[in-house]
Design a protein around this ligand. Structure first.
Ligand SMILES: C[S@@+](CC[C@H](N)C(=O)[O-])C[C@H]1O[C@@H](n2cnc3c(N)ncnc32)[C@H](O)[C@@H]1O
Length: 400
């Protein structure tokens, strides 16, 4: 993880800019927080750097919730910040900043807004979830130039490795997104996808709520798959296989193919490893034989007008609140200026929470660095968050 350790730094006057990175404001810890935050902006990407005291020094790194990809952006921001703030650096691991990666990333690395605002619909789409080394994804993209591939991954080094390969192999039919697969399908139009590959997902035996597969995931997969489209699960975990089978069998109607130790055209890195160890490999293919209704999502994540910042500070509680289907957790509170604050929070579905911030001032409030995903439970949670902040009932439409 890119970071810098400094003996001292100067609090710069914001806004400030250096080498393509803007620094817009500082946020100081008020409740339940110990680190200072700095809002950074690279092109249209907003993110936070954290400055934390440790053993008499300051560790400066990127905030996990807002961390952008590629990590080159973070490295650039750290370097620019330290130059502006005249950091007395005693350790740094950001020596090699390769701008080339930014260029490689910008074309094929897409953020969620690219898909949320105007999902590409002119070609059949195939999706791979958790592509890891990308061996299978890159092979499929090479073999099927008329298909648009979308690769989802949350491990940044894997993303950067695949972005490099896209360039080296001169592929132009593969987008990569750093996004949690449990949320992504909600953005995909109905009946568009030919195949969804989930190969060797993390089994999460001790934390099953973190698994990619869930009842909801199967429902969404059915909706986005075109007629005869396939959801393909491959795993070495008998536990995961049994768990997925149980979920499939809970569906009112299902068409499955179950395979064991079948030779595949291309073996992923994990598959190679498990085969060398002579482990059994299980595969379930769900063939979708239904046409789904179009996706209709309505609602907004707006806030309604000014808020009393002092009251919010006075009443701040970091106790998580659980409702029937969702939760809200105001985690930390920061002060940006006399009349503006920042809240770090998580909320939404128990198995697919949003982790975001809210910036609040006398004129209103907004989520940072982006709005939540438009989902039924996020809208419900948003309504409740408004009630909590405004101290009154508020209305906003939800998906029926
Ligand atoms: C065990 S590896 C398998 C990688 C690859 N499919 C293979 O077969 O070699 C699982 C991958 O899924 C990714 N992953 C885990 N949870 C995810 C999620 N919710 N959304 C997207 N990717 C995820 C991990 O970062 C990891 O790279």
């Amino acid at each position: 993880m890119p970071h810098i350790i400094a003996r001292e730094y100067k609090k710069i006057k914001t806004p400030a800019q250096r080498d393509g990175i803007e620094f817009l404001w500082f946020a100081e810890p008020l409740a339940n927080a110990s680190e200072t935050l700095v809002c950074a902006k690279h092109e249209n990407i907003y993110f936070l750097l954290t400055i934390k005291r440790k053993n008499g020094n300051f560790i400066i790194k990127s905030d996990k919730t807002t961390r952008p990809t590629p990590s080159t952006i973070v490295k650039k921001a750290l370097k620019s910040f330290c130059s502006l703030a005249e950091c007395d650096v005693i350790y740094s691991n950001i020596a090699n900043i390769k701008d080339r990666h930014l260029e490689e990333g910008s074309r094929f690395l897409k953020d969620i807004w690219f898909f949320a605002q105007n999902f590409p619909k002119d070609k059949e789409v195939w999706i791979e979830i958790g592509f890891g080394s990308g061996r299978h994804l890159l092979h499929q993209a090479r073999q099927n130039p008329d298909i648009l591939f979308i690769g989802l991954e949350i491990h940044k080094p894997s993303i950067e490795q695949v972005l490099k390969q896209i360039k080296i192999q001169k592929l132009d039919n593969l987008y990569v997104i750093d996004y949690d697969a449990r949320l992504f399908l909600e953005f995909v139009p109905s009946n568009l996808v030919g195949k969804i590959f989930v190969h060797f997902p993390v089994p999460w035996d001790k934390k099953p709520h973190r698994r990619v597969f869930s009842k909801r995931f199967i429902k969404e997969a059915k909706r986005v798959l075109k007629k005869n489209g396939i959801l393909e699960l491959r795993t070495d975990s008998r536990n995961y296989f049994d768990y997925a089978m149980e979920l499939f069998m809970d569906e009112p109607r299902i068409h499955l193919e179950v395979l064991k130790n079948i030779e595949t055209v291309v073996r992923s890195k994990y598959e190679d490893r498990w085969r060398r160890m002579e482990k059994d490999i299980y595969e379930i293919r769900m063939i979708n034989d239904e046409v789904s209704e179009s996706l209709i999502l309505k609602g907004s994540f707006d806030f309604e007008g000014g808020l009393n910042v002092r009251n919010i500070i006075k009443n701040f509680s970091n106790r998580p609140i659980k409702y029937d289907e969702y939760f809200i957790h105001f985690e930390k509170l920061y002060k940006i200026s006399e009349d503006s604050i920042l809240i770090k929070l998580s909320f939404g579905a128990f198995d697919r929470p949003e982790h975001l911030y809210i910036i609040i001032d006398a004129k209103g409030a907004k989520y940072f660095p982006r709005n939540p995903v438009l989902s039924r439970l996020n809208l419900k949670a948003h309504n409740k968050i408004k009630e909590m902040l405004y101290g009154k009932q508020s209305n906003s439409s939800t998906r029926s």
